[in-house]
Design a protein around this ligand. Structure first.
Ligand code: CUA
Length: 179
């Protein structure tokens, strides 16, 4: 191979790499703007030191609540080493918004067998919106190492068929009332 041919080959491969980078950048731009794909946790801050006194994440307000429009909001606290509440009922086939935050360290939130997955960072409210298609129980383990009790940190998500769903007059539901 003479000098000129080597330069030509290098240029050719350089163009292939440039084209690949261009395609990747284009996919990122198109997917973030056109398809509106953003990280699941929107940026919403909260004071992690006063969660129990906050209106939204006070103990009596945690868990599942049916909204007037038929959707459901679930509020969860992830703390060393438990999710509160331990069992979370959600209705099958209805829009569910899960809001979760931490008073101490970073935890991970995932509902096994679904695409619900986010980090839970103190000072921020993570929000996940989803619809559960099939009734049944899902394990909800912490997936971010958070200390000695990390492996013991999990809750259960119970997807309840519409016919078996029960909530009280305030829209509150628990795994005891819906099974
Ligand atoms: Cu919480 Cu690991």
């Amino acid at each position: 191979m003479d000098e000129q041919e080597i330069v030509k080959t290098e240029l050719r491969w350089g163009m292939v790499v440039a084209a690949a980078v261009g395609v990747i950048v284009a996919v990122i731009i198109v997917s973030s703007f056109v398809l509106a794909m953003h990280p699941p946790s929107h940026v919403e801050t909260i004071d992690p030191t006063t969660l129990s006194k906050s209106r939204e994440f006070a103990e009596g307000n945690l868990g599942t609540r049916l909204n007037p429009d038929g959707s459901v909001t679930v509020r969860i606290i992830a703390t060393q080493y438990a999710f509160v509440p331990r069992c979370i009922p959600v209705p099958q086939g209805r829009p569910v918004t899960i809001r979760i935050t931490s008073p101490d360290v970073i935890h991970g939130f995932i509902i096994a067998g679904t695409n619900a997955n986010t980090m839970v960072v103190p000072g921020y409210v993570a929000e996940v919106r989803t619809v559960f298609k099939d009734a049944g129980d899902h394990l909800m383990p912490c997936h971010e190492y958070c200390g000695f009790g990390h492996s013991e940190m999990w809750s259960l998500v119970r997807v309840v068929a519409q016919s078996k769903w029960h909530n009280d007059e305030n829209g509150r539901a628990s795994c005891e009332t819906s099974r």
